[in-house]
Ligand binder design. Structure first.
Ligand SMILES: Nc1ncnc2c1ncn2[C@@H]1O[C@H](COP(=O)(O)OP(=O)(O)OP(=O)(O)O)[C@@H](O)[C@H]1O
Ligand SMILES: [Mg+2]
Length: 384
């Protein structure tokens, strides 16, 4: 039986959570009037999760959360804040929080999903002897590798890289691999892979409280290569209900089901992308040799560094690397301040394959561009 400690001044908030968690047979709830009291109670009673409610001051909650998540046997921390900004998300992630959920407009389903997620992670960590604040990577039942394909700009080739890598991993390296289209408002993995979005991440998000591996498996769409895909919502307005807490839980479940989870993202630092990055073992930053892309990549690498992702965690992928654009790859490295770890040549075979809905690794497997994408996939397997 897992204990969830709730810290908030509002009896109404505590009441909501009690009602919410009544249905969860393996969880009990206790409340504490202040954040330090919640920490004391959680430690004394060996709680799994502490939830800091919207009335707790942010800096107090962050300090208390850090104390909990850095213990030898970590206690999961969830923050429910009036407003979730990328800045708050970043600070909370640094403090080891599993999730930050906005209290405004919440249906409490998100809070429930966040608690369940934090509880499951803490329970797994304990079963494995405890230690890490982010224990699912080393202690997940499966040695899965989570890779986010990121580029702080549209049209640089993120989806081309993500879909082709996914297909190559499934077909050439015989991996159980899932691609998540986290470009929630305008994802086009379905088009590039010619898949019908019968079910999408929206369905997974709607069913979050009941979602388990079996249900999630049914929501995935399978490509002929064997790659499974969690597609983006059909309607852009549905993206709103795919909140960070839900994304986090979905990625957690997928990492238990697959060898590799590849996440394609929108070309900006939004909350969904930050959540994916936080969960990832590796970030592939895709850039092209155009000045705006180089500039944006430099800015994103700096941001990623602030988030603690640099050494080994981020690799630079230069797409359309041989374009006749009067910039040398060496100059790109100098401007960005990082080493290029993969180069994907520019080839007309790519737009052709995109238009056909057949990834270039299948459509023109002998081309240099296809071979470089297969090699990029190999590096994922070899580091994994
Ligand atoms: N190596 C390449 N050679 C030639 N064309 C390419 C190459 N990579 C990508 N392209 C072209 O660039 C277009 C944009 O690529 P893609 O959709 O993968 O970018 P993206 O970063 O995912 O964009 P968005 O942020 O809009 O989702 C593709 O339609 C493709 O035709
Ligand atoms: Mg894309």
């Amino acid at each position: 039986m897992g204990l969830v400690v709730v810290s908030d001044r509002s009896p109404e908030f505590i009441g909501h959570l009690e009602t919410l968690l009544e249905r969860e047979e393996d969880l009990t709830v206790a409340s504490a009037a202040s954040a330090p009291a919640a920490v004391d109670l959680a430690v004394r009673e060996n709680a799994c999760v502490v939830v800091f409610g919207p009335s707790v001051k942010i800096d107090v909650a962050l300090a208390a959360g850090e104390e909990l998540t850095s213990r030898p046997t970590p206690i999961g921390a969830v923050l429910v804040a009036p407003k979730v900004t990328p800045e708050l998300l970043r600070m909370a992630m640094r403090a080891g929080f599993r999730d930050v959920v906005a209290s405004e407009g919440t249906t409490y389903g998100d809070v429930g999903a966040a608690i369940r997620d934090a509880h499951d992670i803490a329970a797994r960590s304990r079963a494995a002897g405890g230690q890490a604040a982010h224990p699912e990577t080393p202690t997940a039942p499966r040695e899965s590798r989570i890779v986010t394909v990121f580029g702080n700009k549209g049209g640089v080739g993120k989806t081309v890289v993500a879909t082709n890598m996914g297909v190559a991993l499934a077909k050439d390296f015989k991996k159980d691999v899932v691609l998540v289209d986290l470009d929630l408002e305008s994802g086009d993995a379905a088009i590039m892979l010619k898949l019908e979005p019968k079910r999408t991440i929206f369905d997974a998000a709607q069913a979050i409280e009941r979602l388990d591996a079996a249900m999630l498996k049914n929501i995935l769409v399978e490509h002929s290569s064997g790659l499974k895909v969690l597609l983006a919502p059909r309607r852009s307005e549905d993206a709103e209900s795919v909140t960070t807490a839900r994304i986090s839980r979905i990625i957690g479940l997928l990492s238990e089901m697959f060898d590799v989870v590849i996440i394609d993202t929108a070309g900006r630092f939004d909350e969904a992308v930050l959540t994916a990055i936080d969960r990832s073992d590796e970030v592939l930053a895709v850039a092209t040799m155009e000045v705006p892309s180089i500039k944006n990549t430099k800015v994103s690498l700096e941001k990623l560094e602030q988030l603690g992702y640099r050494d080994g965690g981020v690799r630079l992928v230069l797409n359309r690397a041989d374009s006749k654009v009067f910039i040398e790859p060496g100059e790109v490295e100098k401007a960005i301040g990082g080493k290029i770890s993969a180069r994907i040549p520019s080839d007309r075979a790519v737009p052709r394959s995109v238009n056909k809905g057949v990834p270039v690794v299948l459509d023109a497997p002998k081309s240099a561009v296809a071979r470089s994408l297969v090699e990029l996939a190999r590096t994922i397997v070899e580091t994994g």
